[in-house]
Design a protein around this ligand. Structure first.
Ligand code: SAM
Length: 276
């Protein structure tokens, strides 16, 4: 596991999962012809997508696997609340992947990039697929936008500078992972290298125009609080002051009050079949 405190991120991860649900729903429509008996969500976090999988494939046995027991407890509560069947399994990646058992559909979103050797992780996941089974890997897509370029104060273009800083943090995170291997991240090629065929990649939009619902607004506040804390040494004083003003609950142009916040992003899902 990396030094990220995943359990502490439970609220933000669950709110993000909920805000991003539209892309998962669109991706699952790609798989509508499948009749999987066993499904595993690898790196499920608090189980938002796992519950969507359970609802979309009610006859399947769905397992949420993750290295953070606190997040799996969330997933169990969520499944109970939504009235769907969900199993959970604590597993540390990559070693624990081999023991997850076979599945007809493996979904893994924003998790493979947390494993040092991404190709090795895909190889292990591909070996878990039953003949004809499908692996769906969510990696890549586009940066998220939630404010206008000029948000009314501070230097315009804040989000581009946050993206650049986060990209540096991401590189550092990857470099520090155990067994980190640099890879050309052409995911469809990587799936083929893992032995899968008929690979395809498709990008799905998450488009929540203003005004934002309460949950998405709370996700955004949590996300910006993380930026403020984590990018302290990566953004200049003016941008940090802008983040402080955005986070001020009393500020009419802040995140809690302004009416023009939106959520626009795109997520890419890479699919591949295990040869039957
Ligand atoms: C960015 S979150 C993704 C959660 C969810 N799939 C989503 O798309 O919202 C990454 C998840 O992978 C899990 N994770 C990261 N590295 C891991 C590792 N080495 N072993 C097991 N789980 C890990 C974390 O606990 C976290 O739930």
């Amino acid at each position: 596991m990396t030094d990220l405190d995943w359990a502490a991120m439970a609220d933000v991860l669950e709110l993000e999962g909920e805000a991003y649900q539209p892309y998962v729903q669109l991706a699952l429509a790609e798989l509508a012809q499948l009749e999987p008996q066993r499904i595993t969500d690898v790196g499920s976090g608090p189980g938002v997508a796992a519950c969507q999988l359970a609802a979309a494939f009610p006859k399947a046995e769905v397992t949420a696997a993750d290295g953070t027991p606190e997040l799996l407890a969330r997933a169990e509560q969520r499944a109970k609340r939504l009235g769907v069947e969900l199993r959970t399994r604590v597993a540390e990646f990559p070693a624990g992947l081999d023991d997850l058992g076979t599945a007809d559909l493996i979904w893994t979103a924003q998790t493979v990039h947390h494993v040092g050797d991404q190709q090795d992780a895909l190889n292990r996941l591909a070996r878990l697929l039953t003949p004809g089974g499908v692996l769906a890997v969510v990696e890549g897509g586009l940066p998220t936008r939630w404010l206008p370029h000029d948000l009314g104060f501070g230097r315009p273009g804040l989000q581009s500078r946050i993206d650049a800083a986060m990209s540096e943090r991401f590189n550092q995170m990857r470099a520090e992972l155990p067994g980190s291997v640099a890879t050309v991240e052409t995911w469809a090629d990587m799936l083929r290298t893992a032995g899968l065929e008929g690979t395809w990649s498709k990008t799905f939009l998450v488009d929540r125009p203003a005004p934002l619902d309460d949950g998405t607004r709370r996700w955004l506040r949590g996300t910006v609080e993380r930026y403020r804390h984590g990018l302290q040494d990566h953004l200049d004083a003016e941008d940090l002051a802008t983040l402080d003003r955005l986070l001020d609950p009393a500020e009419p142009m802040g995140l809690d009050q302004r009416p023009d916040l939106f959520l626009l992003t795109a997520k890419t899902v890479h699919f591949g079949h295990n040869p039957a």
